[in-house]
Design a protein around this ligand. Structure first.
Ligand SMILES: [Zn+2]
Length: 290
């Protein structure tokens, strides 16, 4: 059954991060965050746009442009200093979520479901632009973290997450009977037709979710958020410097097992410079097969 008509990627500007963020060098996050002197080249802040026959589904919503135009967007003091050391954003005027969707021929008012892989700043940026009718799906453990006392130190900017009018849906993937997703045993069926399954992929955050897309006429896709910053590093079981290392390795191995059982699966991360090219190549290859 063909449920999904089109898959695209847009980017709400670019971000430079630390090399130790892309791949751990074994030191704790706070160490490299306060001492690193290097930045990566600019990387995308991807939002994946899935045109399902029942409506538009987003995987992540990018970085808010106000983070580069509004001096009060980030906390002040020492915490603000850490945020500035973590990531350096460049967001052109036309790189808002609404504008980028418009460039693809969509209207943000048509978004029916927005899935957030997790709640860090560069994934929640479009929340204020979404229509009130949109459902916003996020891992329940991550949603629960927002109101914890020192959430801001875990990269959670409560005032930009707890946006009035957002229809939050906390997701806890439950056991399902679907041998095709092994070694995963739990999933949340986003639409109810099996085409979009949310899988628990803890590591970067405890509630992090990945999205498995399966539809006739399209390659199998796995959107992994920030489980990795580079699909080749993921395939080699090399993990980032943010998150719980043991969990990152466990989840990475599960993802690699899943992918190995479905040859041709394209793994699409939020900040992988290669992602747009991987998506295009996979869509082109699938198109010539038919
Ligand atoms: Zn991110």
């Amino acid at each position: 059954m063909r449920h999904i008509r089109r898959v695209s990627v847009i980017s709400t500007g670019t971000v430079r991060i630390r090399p130790e963020h892309v791949e751990t060098n074994g030191t704790p996050r706070l160490w490299w965050l306060t001492t690193s002197r290097r930045w990566t080249a600019p990387r995308p802040i991807n939002v994946y746009v899935i045109e399902h026959e029942d409506g538009l589904v987003l995987f992540d919503t990018g970085q808010d442009r106000r983070s580069v135009t509004d001096p009060s967007y980030f906390p002040g003091g020492a915490v603000g200093h850490l945020y500035r050391r973590l990531a350096a954003f460049d967001i052109p005027e036309t790189a808002t979520l609404s504008d980028q969707l418009h460039a693809l021929g969509y209207d943000i008012a048509d978004v029916r479901v927005a899935i957030l892989s997790h709640l860090h700043q560069d994934h929640i940026g479009g929340l204020r632009e979404l229509p009130r009718s949109a459902r916003v799906l996020v891992g329940s453990a991550d949603l629960a973290s927002v109101d914890k006392r020192f959430a801001v130190l875990d990269g959670l900017l409560r005032e930009h997450i707890r946006v009035p009018g957002v229809d939050w849906v906390a997701i806890d993937p439950a056991p399902i009977q679907d041998d095709a997703i092994a070694p995963f045993e739990r999933a949340h069926d986003v639409i109810g037709d099996g085409s979009l399954l949310l899988l628990p992929t803890p590591g970067h955050t405890s509630g992090s979710l990945s999205l498995l897309l399966r539809s006739d006429g399209l390659p199998t896709m796995l959107f992994v958020g920030d489980l990795t910053y580079d699909a080749e590093l993921l395939a080699a079981d090399r993990v980032p410097g943010v998150g719980t290392r043991k969990l990152l390795h466990e989840t990475t191995r599960r993802v690699n097992q899943l992918v190995s059982r479905h040859p041709g699966t394209v793994v699409l991360a939020a900040h992988d410079p290669a992602a747009a090219g991987l998506l295009e190549a996979a869509l082109t290859a699938e198109g010539t097969d038919r």
